[in-house]
Structure formats: structure tokens, C-alpha cells
Design a protein around this ligand. Structure first.
Ligand SMILES: Nc1nc2c(c(=O)[nH]1)N[C@H]1C(S)=C(S)[C@@H](COP(=O)(O)O)O[C@H]1N2
Ligand SMILES: [Mo]
Length: 523
């Protein structure tokens, strides 16, 4: 056997030992988090969530553009790969010199502890899972690497010879021990997952929930809200197709039995509400179109659903907000916050504390068991999912999750219109062809939509029926298409008579603007 292969006969196992020890750190961390703190305090998620919070704007936009709604999976997979490589390196370092690998593990642990302690919901106890995990991991690493060092000492000049005289355990024995550590890592991780509030339990609670019928049902939707064109966007978005945007790497798991809403701050009296009380109130049902501020011109981060909930204004009235309060600061169980202008919540629009979406309890990903929905405002300043806390405060005193990151404090939805058919770079035969799409200007309504071919005149499109000023509106335009390449452009006018601006703006800091266009080839 050459010296090189001999060396790798020790280094391979050392890398594996590092990975097993790293895994044990995470697994034990999961278990301790689930048993004595909270699942979100586990090292892997704490680091991931902190990473999301610290992600600079350009990287976040890049991730959403590139990976879409899979951005979270990509981040978790990326973290796993980095941890795998660093743990393997830790194993090699520990083989090279006692404590070197343990130091790597300690540094990683310190980072994870800092991340956990900085979570919005954290208490001092959140340091515990990582600390316990790191102790277990370090013990495993010391044990495994110690054995390997003893084996390698006389074969590899790179390894310091402190234990040359120690008994040389067979390689197989070390590999078996490594496998045992890896097994323990898996068992503790799975155990942690089992003891925590599992997604399965939340799904069961959701399935068991019977929503009351609304005291005030949604007005009937006119028959003509949807254009009769192949490829149109469905007027009502099914829950499974509804866009999802949030900062939560691991969907928050809240069962109705444990849900409480606290209303406090600049109020005459604090109010607390549990889920049974909420179910007993006179609920209303309204169709409202939500839009994300990150939606690009022509993008798909908008959806229209029927929401069942209780009017926020009525709820806040119970607490009797002070006259100087101008912000409703809502907080989610996972620490996300949104700042909503109080005058908008109380101006008579259907701002809701919602528990139902399209006739079902809220899907877990969309805020089960309760969230806010406010017509006319982008989601990041209004639509807090898994909401548990409403504080009456002031814009000169408080800020929220995205406003801390430079996004606008007040963010009404900008008038937008989108060409859904034909698609970008579609080929259509010459002659009559139908152009169709969607437009929205929530709480102002869409008064008209116009389409332009190349640099021609703006042509009035036909509008589908309007369900309400809080929903999007479909439109179509019959085009006599002439051969060649053409650019189709669309713009809408809102209910106040204001034409959608041509000025192009990116989503940051208060929503994209500009006219959507598609290029089509007519043959
Ligand atoms: N708890 C929580 N609520 C949240 C968010 C979040 O990150 N966390 N994101 C907001 C944003 S930016 C949007 S656009 C809407 C999206 O709601 P949806 O995922 O149900 O479509 O949720 C809002 N509510
Ligand atoms: Mo958003």
C-alpha cells in the first residue's frame, strides 16, 4: 500500500467522522429544542431563518427570480451542502490536530447560538439546543478522531504523533463507531421532529375544524366576471394555486386550541381572544384580491380568494384605540411584523381577521388558523399570516419587518394590468385573434383597460363584469392581427380615473410599475 492510499484510508473515515459528528450536533439540537424549548430554536432552522432575515435585497430578488417559490428548498439544500463540507473538514482537522476540529464545531455552534438568540421570539433558553448539540457533537468527534489519530500516527507524517503509542483500533471498528454516531444523529433528529408540534397534527386539527357559515355572506359574483378565452386566468384562484410569499423556512405550526390574539398598546383596555370565541362571532365573507409588492410587471404574485373572517375594525373597537394611534402593528407567531395604517383598517373597507379561504379553513401555508387581509394594500404591510398579536402604535415609534429593510412604510397597491393571452413570444395566425388579461387596482376598482399594438393608438378593451372594487378584473380585446412581429401593450385606468403610469419601477421599495407588454409573431 502506498503512503497516499494509506493516508486516505484514515482521512476518508475522518471526513465521515466529522460529518457524523456534525449530524449529531444538529440532531441532538432538534431533540433538545423540541423537548425543552421550541422546534424553531433548533440550530438548523435558527440559522436558516436568520439567513433569510439578513439576506440583502438584491440576493432575495435574485432568489425569487431564479428559484421562484422553491427558494426556501434551495436555501435549505445549500445550507446542508455547506454544513456537509465544513463538517468533513472539521473531521480532517481533528485528525490532524486534537481540538482543531472541535474548534470548528464550536465556532459553528457559536454562530447558531447567536442566530437562535436573535430570533424574534427567542428567550435565553434558545441557546440550549445548539449548546447541547455541540457538546454531543464534540464528544463524538473527539472519540472518533482520537481513534483515527492513534491508527494514523505512524503512517502519516502530517499527523502529530501524540498518541503513537496508543493501541491502534482496527479501521472497521472506527467505521462502525462512526455509523453508530450517524445513526444516533438520525434518531435524535427524527425524535425532535416527532416531539415538536408536527405538521401532521396541525393538518389534522385543520381537517377537524368546521367553519361556521357567515352571518354576512359574500355578494354573489356576477356570471360575467370571467372572459371566455382559452388560457385565461381563473377569476377565483384555487387555494393550491394561490401564490405563497413569506419569510418562514419552516411553516409555523399553530393549532386552534392554542391560538390567542392579543390586542394591546395604545388602547383603553387590552383584549384577548381565543379561537372558539372567534368562531362564535358574526363572520363576514368577502372576495378580495391579494398582491405581493415583489410582483414584477406582468408577474403572477397576485391571487383572488373568498375570505371568511371578522372585521378588524369591530375587533379593535373592543379595545378602544387611543386617538393618537395611527398604526396597527401585527405580529405572527414566528416574529414577522407588518405595519398597517390604522385609518385604512377603520375606513369601512373589508379589512378582516380571516380564518377561511375559498370555503375551507386557511391552508397551513396561508396562515392557519388566522391571518389578516386588507383590501388595497400590498401583503407585506397588511396580510400577516399566523397572526397572534395586534398592537396599536404610531408610525413615528414603530417599524415592521420589511420597513426595517428599506421598503416603504405605506404601500397601497399600484394599478396594474397584465396580458395573459397570447403568451410572450407566442405565434398566432393572421386575422382575428383575442387578446385577454387581468387588471387590478384594489379598493379603487378598474374603470377601463386599453391595448396598443406597436406604436398605434390605444384601443379600448372590453371589460368583464366587476365583482367588487376589491377584486381584479378581466378584459379582452379582439385584434385583427397582421403578419409580422408585434408588441402588445396594456394599461388600465382605476376607479378614480387615474391612468396606470408608464414609468417603469422595480418592486423595491413600494411596488413595480410600468406597462406590461408581450411580443408575438403573426404568420
Ligand atoms: N407571518 C407572515 N405573514 C406574511 C408574510 C410573512 O413573511 N410572514 N409575508 C407577507 C407578504 S409579503 C405577502 S405578499 C402575503 C402573501 O400571502 P400568501 O402567502 O397567502 O399569498 O403574506 C404576508 N404575510
Ligand atoms: Mo409580499
Amino acid at each position: 500500500m502506498t503512503a497516499t492510499t494509506h493516508r486516505w484510508r484514515t482521512r476518508g473515515p475522518a471526513a465521515l467522522a466529522g460529518i457524523a459528528a456534525g449530524g449529531l450536533t444538529l440532531g441532538a439540537g432538534e431533540l433538545v429544542a423540541a423537548l425543552v424549548v421550541e422546534p424553531a430554536a433548533a440550530p438548523f432552522l435558527a440559522v436558516g431563518n436568520t439567513f433569510v432575515d439578513l439576506t440583502p435585497e438584491w440576493l432575495k430578488s435574485f432568489a425569487i427570480r431564479t428559484f421562484g417559490e422553491n427558494d426556501k428548498q434551495v436555501l435549505l439544500a445549500g445550507m446542508a451542502v455547506v454544513l456537509l463540507v465544513v463538517s468533513a473538514a472539521g473531521g480532517l482537522l481533528e485528525l490532524w490536530r486534537r481540538w482543531a476540529g472541535v474548534t470548528v464545531l464550536a465556532v459553528l455552534g457559536a454562530v447558531a447560538v447567536a442566530a437562535a438568540l436573535n430570533r424574534p421570539a427567542a428567550t435565553a433558553a434558545w441557546a440550549l439546543p445548539t449548546a447541547a448539540g455541540a457538546v454531543a457533537g464534540a464528544a463524538a468527534l473527539t472519540l472518533l478522531a482520537g481513534r483515527l489519530r492513534a491508527r494514523a500516527a505512524d503512517a502519516d507524517p502530517m499527523v502529530s504523533g501524540e498518541s503513537v503509542s496508543a493501541a491502534r483500533p482496527p479501521r472497521r471498528q472506527v467505521l462502525l463507531l462512526t455509523a453508530a454516531v450517524a445513526g444516533l444523529a438520525v434518531v435524535t433528529a427524527l425524535g425532535g421532529r416527532r416531539f415538536g408540534q408536527t405538521l401532521a397534527e396541525v393538518r389534522d386539527a385543520r381537517a377537524a375544524l368546521r367553519l361556521p357559515s357567515p352571518a354576512d355572506p359574500a355578494p354573489a359574483v356576477p356570471a360575467g366576471v370571467e372572459v371566455d378565452v382559452e388560457g385565461r386566468t381563473p377569476f377565483r384562484t384555487p387555494n393550491r394555486d394561490f401564490y405563497r410569499v413569506d419569510t418562514a423556512l419552516d411553516v409555523p405550526k399553530v393549532v386552534p386550541d392554542e391560538w390567542r390574539l392579543r390586542i394591546h398598546g395604545l388602547v383603553e383596555r387590552e383584549v384577548e381572544l381565543d379561537f372558539d370565541e372567534l368562531l362564535g362571532l358574526d363572520l363576514v365573507e368577502r372576495m378580495i384580491t391579494l398582491t405581493c409588492v415583489s410582483n414584477e410587471v406582468g408577474g403572477e404574485l397576485a391571487g383572488n380568494a373568498v375570505w371568511l373572517g371578522y372585521p378588524l375594525a369591530g375587533l379593535l373597537a373592543r379595545a378602544n384605540p387611543a386617538g393618537d394611534a395611527d398604526m396597527l402593528l401585527s405580529t405572527s407567531v414566528d416574529g414577522f411584523t407588518a405595519s398597517t395604517p390604522l385609518d385604512i383598517v377603520t375606513d369601512g373597507r373589508d379589512a378582516l381577521l380571516a380564518i377561511g379561504m375559498n370555503g375551507e379553513p386557511l391552508p397551513v401555508e396561508h396562515g392557519f388558523p388566522a391571518r389578516l387581509v386588507v383590501p388595497g394594500l400590498y401583503g407585506y404591510v397588511s396580510a400577516t399570516k399566523w397572526v397572534t398579536d395586534l398592537e396599536l402604535t404610531r408610525f413615528d415609534r414603530a417599524t415592521a419587518y420589511w420597513t426595517d429593510r428599506g421598503w416603504a412604510a405605506k404601500a397601497p397597491i399600484k394599478t396594474a394590468s397584465r396580458i395573459d393571452v397570447p403568451g410572450s413570444f407566442a405565434e398566432v395566425p393572421a386575422g382575428r385573434t383575442v387578446v385577454a388579461g387581468t387588471a387590478w387596482a384594489q379598493h379603487r376598482g378598474v374603470r377601463s383597460v386599453e391595448v396598443r399594438v406597436d406604436d398605434g393608438d390605444w384601443q379600448a378593451a372590453e371589460l368583464a363584469d366587476e365583482a367588487s372594487i376589491d377584486t381584479w378584473r378581466q378584459w379582452f380585446w379582439a385584434w385583427d392581427a397582421e403578419p409580422g412581429n408585434h408588441t402588445l401593450r396594456v394599461r388600465a385606468t382605476d376607479g378614480s380615473g387615474e391612468i396606470q403610469t408608464a414609468e417603469q419601477a422595480p418592486p423595491f421599495p413600494d411596488g413595480s410599475s410600468g406597462w406590461h407588454s408581450v411580443v408575438v409573431r403573426v404568420s
